[in-house]
Design a binder for this molecule. Structure first.
Ligand code: F6R
Length: 285
């Protein structure tokens, strides 16, 4: 696990977006695992912007989202299909047929979960998985006590998650109580993952995830087992961590992040626009 701490939420989301951009540049046929939620909105806004500028090409990418609410069709404005269409897919040159989410209104939900798992496997697995984190410690909708080996399945949402997301619904009491989510095992199978968390409200759960024990009570803590996982935070979300100096030191000393630090350094000089042509771009590792 690696930790990258940036001053503000905008800086952190830009870095997460840069990691995705780099992945797609390195392998235009990348299989991307995507997340929804408020934290992801600025990430997708940046990806859409770079795509419009011709700096990013999604035409050969395939995407798999982490989760979808049970009972919401894709046209419902609170469905995650709707979120993805509105926040990302309609703004980039992706082939919509290659964008996948679980179908929350499938007649046979168990069969739908099995189909989704198989499709991910058939596509060769997720190359880069983007993750947010819920106040309950969930990644995807894997709530506390989710099994570390769990696969895509129907889950009940925790009370904390209902409280977190119900305000996003026009009628909060109509928020579904269940969702389909990739499992923790599915997420652990991704080749690389990036978890982005911003804001002081996430400080406690981020600290438990990074510095606490690996436990089913904090599902995101299982990422300590992931072979290639980076956690990108703003200072507010990092404010509960005890070893921030160590994390900063490791990030600054790690040659594989040279390219990312160059972007961050350019951002600190507002007179110089951040354009990829200014950077020494080596193929993604
Ligand atoms: C949604 C998802 C969730 C969110 C998490 C954080 O696809 O995977 O785990 O990432 O609930 O949501 P926000 O960003 O709204 O705080």
């Amino acid at each position: 696990m690696e930790i990258i701490i940036q001053p503000g939420a905008g800086d952190a989301s830009e870095l997460a977006a840069r990691i995705i951009q780099r992945e797609v540049e390195g392998d235009p046929q990348s299989v991307l695992g995507l997340a929804t939620g408020r934290t992801m909105e600025p990430v997708y806004a940046r990806l859409a912007h770079w795509c419009r500028q011709g700096e990013l090409d999604f035409s050969r990418c395939r995407t798999f989202n982490l989760d979808e609410y049970v009972g919401l069709p894709g046209r419902h404005e609170n469905s995650y299909r709707y979120f993805m269409n509105e926040r990302l897919f309609r703004h980039v040159n992706i082939d919509w047929k290659q964008t996948h989410l679980p179908d929350g209104v499938a007649s046979d939900l168990e069969a739908e979960c099995a189909r989704y798992e198989q499709l991910i496997r058939k596509t060769g697995g997720v190359d880069l998985q983007l993750l947010g984190i819920g106040l309950s410690g969930h990644i995807g909708f894997n709530e506390p006590l989710s099994a570390f080996g769990s696969r895509t399945r129907v889950v009940a949402l925790a009370p904390e998650t209902l409280k977190q997301n119900a305000p996003l619904f026009a009628e909060p009491q109509q928020m579904p109580r269940q969702a389909i989510t990739m499992g923790l095992g599915t997420i652990l199978d991704s080749r690389r993952c990036v978890l982005l968390a911003t804001g002081a409200a996430k400080a406690g759960i981020v600290a438990a995830t990074v510095e606490g024990a690996v436990t089913g009570m904090v599902p995101a803590s299982v990422l300590q087992w992931h072979p290639d996982c980076v956690i990108v935070l703003d200072e507010a979300a990092a404010s509960g961590l005890r070893k921030t100096e160590y994390y900063q030191w490791m990030y600054k000393s790690e040659p594989k992040w040279d390219w990312l630090r160059q972007f961050a350094a350019l951002r600190e000089q507002p007179s110089r626009p951040v354009v990829p042509s200014q950077l020494r771009m080596e193929p993604a590792a």
